[in-house]
Design a protein around this ligand. Sequence first.
Ligand code: NDP
Length: 327
Amino acid sequence: QKGRGSKWVILVTGGTGLVGKAIEYVIENEPAGSRFGKRPNEKWIFASSSEADLRDPAQTRKLYEKYQPTHVIHLAALVGGLFKNMKYKLTFLRENILINDNVLHASYEHKTQKLVSCLSTCVFPDKVEYPLTELNIHNGPPHESNFGYAHAKRMVDVQNHAYKEEFGCNFTSAIPTNVFGPHDNYDLEDSHVIPGLIHKCYLAKKNKTPFVVSGTGKPLRQFIYSRDLAKLFIWQLREYDDVEPVILSVGEDEEVSIKEVADAIVKAVGFQGSYTFDTSRADGQYRKPASNKKLLSLIGDFKFTPFEEALNESVKWFLENYNNARI
Ligand code: NDP
């Protein structure tokens, strides 16, 4: 099997975030030597921004000199909700371009054997045929609300191809759908839908106030549990050797409505007060399904955690870590 034998030093940038922490959890908790568990020839390093600010080429180079990574999972990014993306388009564009350029070039200079960078389904064109597939990333402008972030991420795919063609680098990328799980950003103003609603529902229970969900609850989304996504990243690092990206997602038939999300949160939090939908608030797109056909055709057998089970684990983590979570 690939990766057995030779020594691997695996650097995870953004190793302290939602996805990075999930990879660390899987590596430590899956049986050693199993498909997703730690292998004896592997050393894993989870880097935070305090260790190296990757917007800075000198700090990036120093990080690579310190660890000499043979393999890199690149997750570090300036990430934010809709509001922040709309307000700070240039900052999202520029900081992510800097981070990605520094990491890709340091990986080239240090002869990193494999680099998997993280994109997002936000990179896809606004006007596009559904389901989204790996083939239509560049076929039209992204939604204007997040064009800074989206263009910076798209450039990673462009650079991966250029590094491969000019220098033969083994660089590739992953495209996850909406992620949730322990260590998420549970901020009320600037979070994604699941952590935001968990926090809101918790406060409604604590303060005995109504739990009001924005919109009709009808839109459908694909959510992936961070610990499932972690396994898919580990698989992609170890077993996938092609420059073309892979969408890492549950299937199109596993879309969940916002109402189903809110129902599951109400149950998991144990909220018994008034629970309503504020239909005067915008819903966003009804659905934007992404296909996981390519992933399934390559990975073979993979079992996603059932949504409710994953949600219960996330709520449990939030309640147990309320004092030190990002809120
Ligand atoms: P988080 O916000 O939870 O974590 C971001 C990570 O990036 C942190 O470890 C942070 O370090 C690090 N980071 C940020 N800026 C810098 C910097 N200048 N230098 C070094 N490190 C930095 O994000 P997620 O885990 O949610 O996201 C991981 C990846 O997944 C990102 O590339 C994101 O675009 C992508 N993604 C996320 C989705 C989601 O739903 N969450 C969906 C699709 C893609 P520190 O905490 O130490 O500051």
